[in-house]
Ligand binder design. Structure first.
Ligand code: NAP
Ligand code: MG
Length: 527
């Protein structure tokens, strides 16, 4: 966006962007296409590091296209990154916090400047539609700035405490929050910018140094963010970027005693393994886990059906259902069930599936072969046990043949079916009829997850919903998205139960503190 533009891009405003966003996205896309196939290094201790083996990053809408070649790093690279971060820690943590904030703000400004190029890269790498791609990097920049603003608002987290009542002596007491050391950040494929920017931004502002490992499906976006940090002048070794398989590079990082804290965003299974492995260390270290979701939407008989249907479809199929916040379960009261489901199905059929970089496309492919296979397997189960109202198949005709395209799917399913519990992470949402809001709430809470939730109904009902629902991010009567579209500073993002470990949401008031431990300074003098 040009500086003079008053438009603020968020996931809630992206449905109606100014024309300029499209023209500049198209220019950036053409520029990136000219660079397809280029090789990118890891960045360790400020140096470009290459590995013997490579990872090909392919366009999920046309897998013939290699968008970039990345390094299949090894355990040695992981150890080198940790050593670099350890070496840089004394310098970075002793820098005045105002100077750290200035560097991180500068990196955020570079992300703004490069928003079209990075947004287009995200669209190509993940398969997000263009507005979702732009939103992801805009969110990352805002997460950087949000961490800075919390440091400023708390004056670097140095706070005077009360004087204790000594006889003949005088004391001053002070609370100081200080960084832990080397922070490991492991991110998932679906928000490669925001889920790098949120944890890494907070860790860096707090004074930790960082080792970052992105998902193997999405190394490019994270590399582009590293370049913003590097070009902003963040000193070498402070932020290290390693790529390679989670099972080798990732596991080496998790198992290392050189890690002082970790933020992992990804699936429940990998997250719980990291929690247990990390727990084998010599002492307890901070472990911030942001895991999966199975997010419910409850629709009351008093709801505005049009708003509910729009919000549900946006949240069910944004990024092809591959958001941790995706609306994957809908419970609607019997009197409006048919009308709501009819409208949801109609809107789902209107979605445009195709090349996600194209302006007219709402719905791209799923990210990789494994997700494509999952979709087909779930559809088979739905055909057997449920009632598919729309979708239920992969798309393979014409231009679809070379990508992982799936028809957005709405299905009814008996409540005892295991897919009501399982995070599918593909474009499938199940709908069910309920006889009361209490019944809906019981079903909604009957999962291990507790990430986001949506409600449509009266204000009084909404107050009841907020009180009863077990989830970290909850919305009432939001047409911009029933369960998705949180933004730093507006809707801090984090989960309860199996969806998260810290109980404090990213982009919120209490998040930055997770990256620091408290030290009390008591000074005593003779009165
Ligand atoms: P994933 O398969 O769990 O992978 C996440 C990251 O962990 C990747 O970088 C992966 O590397 C790495 N990894 C895998 N095994 C590892 C190991 N043994 N040790 C260390 N690292 C390891 O998740 P995903 O498929 O990328 O993302 C989807 C999941 O993320 C969903 O469950 C979604 O709900 C969740 N998510 C949660 C939030 C939230 O805020 N709560 C936000 C977004 C996504 P490789 O790619 O190399 O395997
Ligand atoms: Mg890829």
């Amino acid at each position: 966006m040009s500086p003079e533009s008053k438009f603020k891009l968020t996931y809630a405003t992206m449905y109606d962007p100014p024309e300029e966003l499209h023209t500049r996205f198209d220019e950036a896309l053409a520029h990136l296409k000219a660079k397809f196939g280029q090789e990118y290094a890891m960045i360790i201790n400020g140096k470009e590091v290459f590995a013997k083996e490579k990872i090909e990053d392919r366009f999920p809408a046309n897998t013939d296209v290699v968008i970039g070649v990345f390094q299949k790093g090894t355990a040695d690279d992981a150890r080198a990154a940790l050593a670099a971060a350890r070496k840089a820690f004394p310098m970075w943590s002793h820098m005045k916090w105002q100077d750290r904030v200035a560097l991180i703000r500068k990196a955020a400004a570079l992300m703004d400047e490069r928003i079209y190029e990075i947004g287009a890269a995200i669209s190509l790498e993940v398969g997000k539609n263009r507005m979702e791609g732009l939103g992801d990097i805009a969110e990352a920049a805002d997460l950087f700035r949000y961490a800075c603003s919390r440091m400023e608002a708390n004056d670097g987290f140095v706070a005077p405490m009360a004087k204790d009542p000594l006889i003949g002596f005088e004391s001053t007491n002070e609370s100081v929050l200080r960084p832990y050391g080397v922070w490991l950040v492991i991110s998932p494929f679906n928000f490669p910018a925001a889920l790098t920017g949120g944890p890494a931004g907070a860790a860096l502002v707090a004074g930790n140094t960082v080792v970052m490992k992105p998902a193997s499906d999405t190394p490019w976006t994270t590399r582009l963010i590293c370049e913003c940090l590097r070009d902003a002048g963040v000193p070498e070794g402070v932020f290290n970027y390693v790529t390679g398989p989670g099972s080798s590079v990732g596991q080496t990082l998790v198992d290392s005693p050189e890690v002082d804290g970790v933020t992992f965003t990804g699936s429940y299974d990998v997250g719980m393994k990291i929690y247990r492995d990390f727990g084998a260390g010599r002492w307890v270290r901070p472990t911030i886990l942001e895991l999966g979701g199975k997010n419910p939407v409850i629709v009351s008989r008093h709801a505005d059906i049009e708003t509910a249907a729009i919000g549900i479809v946006r949240s069910a199929f944004g990024l092809q259902g591959q958001k941790c916040s995706a609306a994957s379960r809908v419970f609607a009261e019997a009197p409006i069930y048919d009308a709501l489901v009819h409208r949801v199905v109609e809107l789902t059929k209107n979605l445009t599936v195709g090349d996600p970089t194209e302006r007219s496309i709402t719905t791209g492919p799923v990210v990789n072969k494994s997700s494509y296979g999952d979709f087909q397997q779930f559809c088979e189960e739905l055909h057997q046990s449920g009632n598919i109202l729309t979708g239920g198949k992969i798309l393979t005709e014409g231009d679809y043949a070379k990508g992982y395209f799936c028809a957005p799917t709405i299905a009814e399913l008996p409540y005892d079916h295991h897919l009501w519990q399982h995070e599918m992470f593909v474009p499938i949402t199940t709908v069910g009829k309920v006889n009361s809001l209490d019944e809906a709430m019981k079903l909604a809470n009957n999962v291990d997850y507790g990430l986001t939730a949506g409600f449509y109904g009266t204000d009084d009902e909404a107050a009841w919903f907020f009180d009863k629902i077990e989830a970290g991010v909850t919305y009432a009567n939001r047409g911009q998205g029933a369960t998705t579209g949180a933004w730093p500073g507006f809707q801090p993002f984090g989960g309860w139960k199996g969806s998260g470990s810290s109980g404090k949401n990213s982009g919120g008031l209490y998040y930055l503190q997770l990256y620091m431990h408290e030290q009390i300074h008591t000074r005593v003098r003779k009165a």
